[in-house]
Design a protein around this ligand. Sequence first.
Ligand SMILES: CC(C)[C@@H]1NC[C@@H](O)[C@H](O)[C@@H]1O
Length: 450
Amino acid sequence: MTDDPQSPTGRPVPAWFTDAKFGIFVHWGAYSVPAWAEPTGELGATDPEVWFAHNPYAEWYWNTSQIEGSPAWEHHRAVYGGRPYDDFLDLWRAESFDPGDWADLFARAGARYVVPTTKHHDGIALWDAPGTGTRNTVHRGPRRDLVADLAGAVRARGLRFGVYYSGGLDWYAGRRAVIRHEDRIDDYGRPHEAAYAAYALRQVRDLIDRYRPDVLWNDIGWPDLGMADLPGMFAGYYAAVPEGVVNDRWDGAHADYLTSEYQANRQNETAAAWENCRGVGLSFGYNRNEGPEDLLDTAGAVRLLVDVVSRGGNLLLNVGPKADGTLPEEQRAVLEGIASWMTHHAAAVHATRPLEPGDAVPGGETADGEGPPWVRWTRDDRHAYAFVAGAPGGEAVLKVRPGLLDPATAARLDGGPVSAAAVSDGVRVASPWLDAPLPAAVRFSLASPG
Ligand SMILES: CC(C)[C@@H]1NC[C@@H](O)[C@H](O)[C@@H]1O
């Protein structure tokens, strides 16, 4: 891989992160018991006026089900009789949880890191977190240290392991105010008391001490009265995990890389190091109401991954396990599809970087070029990779800078036939594989390696 891009704070971003390109998020919690939300739309592309009362994030069930008259409010009363949310912790059994099976699938799918929720907004910890008493999965419900179980399985397969922590919202130890609108999060939702700041700091430090996470993925910011603690906490983290990376959701305190979420904060995707995250569907926690129309299919997930990588980012794709610990079949199928695709195309993804501006023209939706076909490019020190999909008749003219590609070396398509010939404004490629919705990577040698 090339020189590490400088992070927003100047600390060199460890090469493992910028080479990884693909990670798996896991949102699993007491909310996975009701597993109920309205699949209304993507964050950043849904009317914020209706977002909270019709929240597609099933992991927000505690909040959504307390907004009087919302469908979730109706559902919670009709199905659960309005029982306390914490009952879901005791109903969460994880009886079929097999961390090795998850880790095998994630590794086959080409993921290089895994980031599970350790404490989401409901404040329920998936480890024996300090300050939680018995309100965690070690003492109730699953009766397991789910963080340790997944960390061990993931790392046994050579993947990196990170932790998601909800520092800015905690509806148990922090404020329990129902959030009805984005503008009210700071007023009603986010706890800023000194006691909560100390509580959250103690828990993140415990995560660092116990699991040495490769990624610290905080969410919704950090309590005001705890901001002064962060430089010391980060210093301790890097001392314990020299190749660790920290995301950007600490209220500006620090960031090794920037994040975007579905269509929100896409402006961050120009940073030296960045990561887009989203669910396979419209929710991070498992939502039983999602149908095929709400989910990415394999081609959609691969195109998202390739588009993100072609622009220099990582994709953190989320799966929402069911309460019993199985991965929903429709989400599992997407990861299996990516795994199959990776058997031919992983080399064009991992440890690559974007082409230089002007070296080639992407094509298809979301890029500047016209489509079809859908075209994205990556490169490593010796090759350029053109990902092509939807090319009519399996043929496409790829517009590239004259002199970029070595005309003396034949193009290759791992596992499939391909032909290529120089034309006036680029190179014409042809293969039956290029007509499919799923992109195929055609490998070219660079005229000037390096
Ligand atoms: C990107 C992902 C971590 C989401 N962040 C905002 C949360 O409110 C949401 O539930 C989800 O965790």
